[in-house]
Design a protein around this ligand. Structure first.
Ligand SMILES: [Zn+2]
Length: 378
């Protein structure tokens, strides 16, 4: 990521470039922001600038081998630390034996697709099921080992340290010395959303920089550079509180809801036409969603559609809260499916979500779901 890929924050970019050009890079920088404002992209752009072989006009060149590896997030001197926990992807491994390394591919995938990700999006990507996560001693141990080795490319070693407020006390104690006296040319880039919760011992050793919320105009430009334009993008730019990450998250969940609605409506229409094969094909697509969290999210979404149909069938349209784009399709479905359909299917969807959590074969689950729907629909 280059500084040019980040809209706005010109003063901060200038300050960072100034530090690098004057060889006054501190050992620890703390970037603090409201979630999703851009501290992670800024940290990535700074890491790339420090590693670039031919920086030009206050930015990395974007084309040298080093920039290339940075952009792919595979530069050997760029390290990532983020909180983890046991979840759907970690099998029987206990939380204390898990560190960022275990989830690194998923983390990189998220970072490549959206460096303005929100905490909840990270937790969902990693498949974490509880709300508490932390950075533990194992992480601290692994990090000190990695940093004790010299830089592979003879430049800066940077550590993008996401959410230092989640460091547990033992890990913080272990890390403190490293942050206080890091190996030469090592830079900690801490990104926090709650600076007041960062342990004082860490905080006091950092130079801190704040990313203020951005203007709606900047957010519109940021959204446009990520492919979102038009009235929805402009509306989100006004509502997101100056955080591009918040705006992107809303727009992405709209995309997802759109897909879920198409599936659910397609399923019901196919079953009403008694086209079981078409319905099963949609069931296959859902079972191939790739993450348990997304499959459960579909079940919750489908339940919501059924509730709306139930209310429409009972003349309670005002309670159903129909969006203009879906109202006609929902009214049509409500007119065709059995009045008992929603009542019979809601417990089935709950059960499906329950079994998804217990790792039952997903193809079987969704085939069974389609089967039940075909029984109750008329
Ligand atoms: Zn370069």
């Amino acid at each position: 990521m280059r500084f040019a890929d980040i809209i706005g924050y010109e003063d901060l970019k200038k300050a960072l470039v100034g530090m690098a050009d004057a060889s006054r890079v501190p050992h620890a920088l703390l970037l603090y922001e409201n979630e999703g404002c851009g501290a992670v992209p800024l940290a990535l752009a700074f890491s790339q600038y420090l590693a670039c072989e031919h920086p030009i006009n206050g930015d990395s060149c974007g084309v040298c081998p080093s920039c290339n590896r940075m952009q792919k997030l595979i530069h050997p001197d760029l390290h990532f630390v983020f909180p983890v926990n046991a979840g759907s992807k970690s099998g029987k491994t206990a939380a204390k034996d898990l560190s960022s390394a275990f989830y690194m591919e998923d983390f990189r995938g998220l970072l490549r697709s959206n460096p303005w990700f929100m905490e909840a999006q990270l937790s969902e990507t990693l498949g974490l099921e509880t709300k508490t996560w932390d950075i533990n001693v194992l992480e601290a141990r692994e990090l000190s080992r990695e940093l004790s080795l010299s830089a592979v490319e003879n430049g800066w070693k940077t550590v993008l340290f996401y959410l230092p407020e989640t460091l547990n006390v033992a890990a913080a104690n272990k890390l403190l010395k490293l942050v206080e006296e890091p190996p030469e040319k090592t830079l900690f880039l801490f990104v926090t959303h709650q600076p007041s919760k960062v342990l004082q011992t860490i905080f006091s050793r950092c130079q801190s920089l704040r990313l203020p919320p951005q203007s709606p105009q900047e957010i519109v430009r940021g959204l446009s550079s990520r492919g979102y334009e038009g009235p929805e993008a402009e509306e989100q730019a006004r509502l997101c509180g100056g955080s591009l990450g918040v705006a992107l998250q809303s727009l992405q969940s709209d995309d997802r809801a759109e897909q879920y609605f198409d599936w659910m409506a397609g399923l019901l229409q196919a079953l009403l036409k008694k086209d079981l094969l078409a319905a099963l094909a949609i069931g296959d697509e859902i079972s191939a969603l790739g993450s348990r969290e997304k499959q459960k999210a579909f079940c919750i979404f489908a339940s919501e559609v059924l509730r709306k149909i139930f209310l429409l069938q009972r003349g309670q349209e005002s309670l159903a809260g129909l969006s203009t784009s879906r109202a006609a399709a929902l009214r049509e479905l409500a007119g065709k499916v059995s009045r008992q359909f929603a009542v019979k299917m809601l417990p089935v969807l709950d059960k499906t979500a329950y079994y998804i959590d217990r790792n039952v074969n997903q193809k079987i689950l969704f085939t069974d779901l389609v089967d039940r729907m075909s029984l109750y629909i008329i």
